[in-house]
Ligand binder design. Structure first.
Ligand SMILES: Nc1nc2c(ncn2[C@@H]2O[C@H](COP(=O)(O)OP(=O)(O)O)[C@@H](O)[C@H]2O)c(=O)[nH]1
Ligand SMILES: [Mg+2]
Length: 106
């Protein structure tokens, strides 16, 4: 058996751009809630994607945002702290024409 490569990958980007959808697709099942409401993912969610020679631990995060109340402040702190323990960042951008997701408020 060959060497198994593994690592933690943070899935980051603005709210509502499809981060949770991507995590579910890569993991082959429903790991994270997908919603057209921004701020559905409020905590880190870990999904595992297995391949023949690799295992990715995908960390689905709340979207980047400018904190405007206690909830969004806590969510942004979760995002900031998550970058300390990971090996790579998978940045997800919106393909809907705007530079940020429709859930962007700032
Ligand atoms: N058109 C389109 N919509 C998508 C795509 N990926 C996700 N969505 C929709 O965008 C919304 C937000 O998705 P979600 O994964 O919850 O975004 P998150 O907030 O970044 O985790 C949902 O209504 C999804 O169905 C995509 O590739 N194309
Ligand atoms: Mg999400």
């Amino acid at each position: 058996m060959g060497l198994l490569k593994s690592g933690f990958v943070a899935v980051a980007g603005r709210p509502n751009v499809g981060k949770s959808t991507l995590v579910n697709a890569l993991c082959g099942g429903k790991v994270a809630i997908v919603s057209d409401k921004p701020h559905t993912t409020r905590r880190r969610i870990f999904g595992i994607a297995n391949g023949d020679d690799h295992q990715l631990v995908l960390v689905d995060l709340p979207g980047f945002q400018r904190p405007r109340d206690t909830l969004t402040e806590r969510m942004q702190k979760t995002v900031d702290a998550s970058f300390e323990d990971i090996d790579a960042v998978l940045f997800v951008g919106s393909s809907r024409g705007a530079s940020s997701g429709s859930g962007s408020r700032s």
